[in-house]
Design a protein around this ligand. Sequence first.
Ligand SMILES: Cc1ncc(C[n+]2csc(CCOP(=O)(O)OP(=O)(O)O)c2C)c(N)n1
Ligand SMILES: [Mg+2]
Length: 335
Amino acid sequence: MTSTALASRPAEEARSMLRQMVRIRRFEEKLAVLFKRGRLPGFVHLYLGEEAVAVGVCAALREDDRITSTHRGHGHLIAKGAEVDRMMAELFGRVDGYCRGKGGSMHIVSFELGIMGTNGIVGGGIPIGTGSALGDQHLGRDSVTVVFFGDGASNQGVFFESMNLAAIWKLPVIFVCENNGYTEWTPTEELTAGLIADRGKPMGIPGVQIDGNDVEAVRAAAEEAIDRARRGEGPTVIEARTYRWHGHNEGEEAFAGDYRPAEEQQSWRDRDPISTYVERLVDSGVIARDEYELIDREETDAVDRAVEFAEASPFPDPEEALEHLFATATTGDAK
Ligand SMILES: Cc1ncc(C[n+]2csc(CCOP(=O)(O)OP(=O)(O)O)c2C)c(N)n1
Ligand SMILES: [Mg+2]
């Protein structure tokens, strides 16, 4: 690598992470509007405010690494390389979606991209990701799997079972808990004892609690855990503290009431992972402000085009209602 390449690499990485966060932000904002207009079939749980976690972690992954996701998973998938067009088509229930419109928000899979699925079952991705890591170990591959899950999911028994086996077998898996302070409408401290980062400690699994709104901090923690997993030294728990800006699900204001103090919400908006990163990059001369504005315009336009793409795509034929529901092959998209 030339010295120029060395010097420019961090700037390129920073730009790319910023672009990914903006892409997720604009995608999710568009979904909020579409949901209100009754244009989306099914529920959506938005990732607004948590973008730095998915982006920081996935920036540290290789293409052949895998992730498992949650009910709040659009950001994870976009960060792992999913296209907004096919994501949008899936959410509209159309054939050009990643699962031919049959998965919807909570069941999007793309094995080609290493996406083992969003998941409507809280904690459901934890054993799938642990099994994925076991598969790699058996096949002698050096890829790793990241399991994204929430603070609520950290109380599921399967998390402890999965950590146990991952520790015993030194599986190449990284457990990334997105602690956004709430499990549905209940504050985390009313449900969750102790520090989530410490939950693997009795099993010898290292854990760290990090600022999940700082994309560089997330990436640094992810790189360390991923290197460790690739070296065959086993799992790590990363607890990323963050906050969701929107409700548990869109439309919750119809029944959930005011369960989050306004000052709390404002204090996290003041720590917006995108604008704080833009400030940092502009102040340190890594990007110019108009460069950010261009990125923003491009991503906003891409999301608008994704809606057009989704609307132009047909609904699946009723004849194929029972197709692609059960696995007949071990690789490839449902398409
Ligand atoms: C096994 C199971 N139990 C309960 C639910 C209902 N449910 C959906 S999301 C959710 C809360 C999840 O909270 P957390 O893991 O913190 O994720 P967050 O929504 O905060 O991202 C619950 C209880 C479910 N989908 N699956
Ligand atoms: Mg939560």
